[in-house]
Design a protein around this ligand. Structure first.
Ligand SMILES: [Mn+2]
Length: 409
């Protein structure tokens, strides 16, 4: 991904912004000087700048035909270099982002002043900055802005970023494919190393080992490794249970590559062979997974996919003798079948919009039967194409025979 990508993202934002408006985006804050913690860059800020550095800010402004991007970075502190290294230079920031107006962050109020004076609206992005100390810092800044410029109307820019980030560009799809490839290898590593009696965290370790070994140090989300009854808890993430001999293991995992996420779920038998009942439930979920994937095409909405899933669930849950009446389906299937995927595992979404070329969504039906200590979910990452879809995670085994033969090795 080069500066061309980030420049064209900003150009698209200019198109959307109303005249006489300014938008402010912030990098994630981090407290330099303390021991390193996992740093997750703010997705909107990354999308518009390409910077992975903390404590930076971006101003995007539009006045008629004249548009401006101004980047603010941290000043280098020579005394701190021995602890945390040298900060990004202005030249480096320019090379990454393609922005030529670069200031230091302490110059923000001075540079912002004339921009604010000529603007009617300020789109201030602070809701997507939920990590670390950033929220309080940006709220202080926002309070400052509202105090100094009382006539400036403050709005949230999220709808613009949702619009921009929904359809992925080729470079983004390549990064997502790579995240999926690493996730694929790591899932196989778990399947090959699982033995009944192990702890769920040992399986998690096999997953993380393969990701980190491939330079994917950051997860799209904390891995969910759930055996037996734990698999009926949708966002189980304690991963401390013992894998029982006759358990199914549900693993909902995703590596990140260049900030882009994979989100895959596979379910497999701890002992390497599905029981008859496990097979029955698994095949049901797999059939729904395949049926919904086949439906994906431009023009549908996420709700259309969910409605179709519910219809299929009602029928099959009756066949599995789990429910008698349609409306009981929620007892065994209680979540959405799809969400957007991108810079976030649950990416920005406008549910009123129709699927379009370049969107990447998940398809993840599941059936959860606590009384049988049994949960199955099968999740793939699907690219919406001009004609229909492309399953980006097609290569990750989900047929019963494939899973069983991998586990026998
Ligand atoms: Mn998901």
């Amino acid at each position: 991904m080069d500066k061309q990508f980030f420049t064209s993202n900003r150009n698209e934002l200019y198109q959307l912004l109303p005249d006489k408006s300014v938008a402010v985006f912030s990098a994630t804050r981090s407290d330099s000087g303390t021991l390193p913690v996992e740093f997750v860059q703010d997705a909107n800020f990354f999308y518009l700048t390409g910077l992975r550095d903390a404590n930076a800010q971006l101003i995007v402004a539009k006045y008629g035909k004249s548009t401006h991007s101004i980047l603010f970075i941290e000043r280098n502190i020579p005394e701190m270099e021995v602890w945390i290294g040298r900060k990004l230079t202005r030249e480096e920031a320019q090379e990454i982002s393609g922005i030529d107006k670069i200031y230091y962050i302490d110059e923000f109020p001075r540079v912002f002043h004339p921009v604010a004076m000529s603007s009617e609206v300020c789109f201030y992005d602070h809701m997507s900055n939920k990590i670390g100390l950033n929220l309080t810092d940006t709220l202080f800044q926002l309070k400052d802005i509202t105090t100094h410029y009382p006539t400036l109307k403050i709005l949230n820019p999220d709808h613009y970023l949702t619009q921009l980030r929904s359809a992925k560009k080729p470079a983004e799809i390549e990064d997502m494919k790579h995240a999926i490839r690493i996730t694929h290898d790591a899932i196989l590593n778990v399947m090959k190393n699982t033995k009944p009696g192990m702890k769920e965290y040992e399986l998690e370790a096999h997953f993380r080992f393969e990701c980190v070994r491939n330079n994917a140090k950051h997860m799209a989300f904390s891995p969910i490794i759930a055996s037996g009854k734990n698999a009926t808890i949708l966002h189980y993430e304690k991963n401390i249970g013992t894998v029982g001999k006759n358990d199914l293991v549900l693993m909902d995992v995703g590596a990140k590559w260049n900030e882009y996420c994979a989100d895959i779920t596979r379910t497999f038998p701890a002992n390497g062979t599905f029981s008859d009942r496990q097979k029955e439930v698994y095949e049901t979920v797999l059939n729904i997974n395949k049926a919904i994937i086949k439906k994906v095409k431009p023009g549908l909405t996420l709700k259309d996919l969910q409605d179709e899933t519910i219809q299929l669930m009602k029928n099959t849950l009756k066949q599995l003798k789990l429910i008698k009446k349609d409306e009981e389906f929620k007892k065994y299937y209680m979540h959405g079948v799809s969400h957007m995927l991108g810079l976030a595992a649950h990416d920005l979404v406008d549910r009123s919009k129709k699927l379009a070329e370049g969107w990447v969504i998940t398809v993840e039906p599941g059936i959860y039967i606590p009384e049988e200590k049994l949960g199955v979910r099968i999740e793939d990452d699907i690219l919406v194409t001009k004609e229909g879809y492309k399953n980006l995670s097609k290569g990750i085994p989900k047929e019963i025979s494939d899973i069983e033969s991998i586990m026998k090795k």
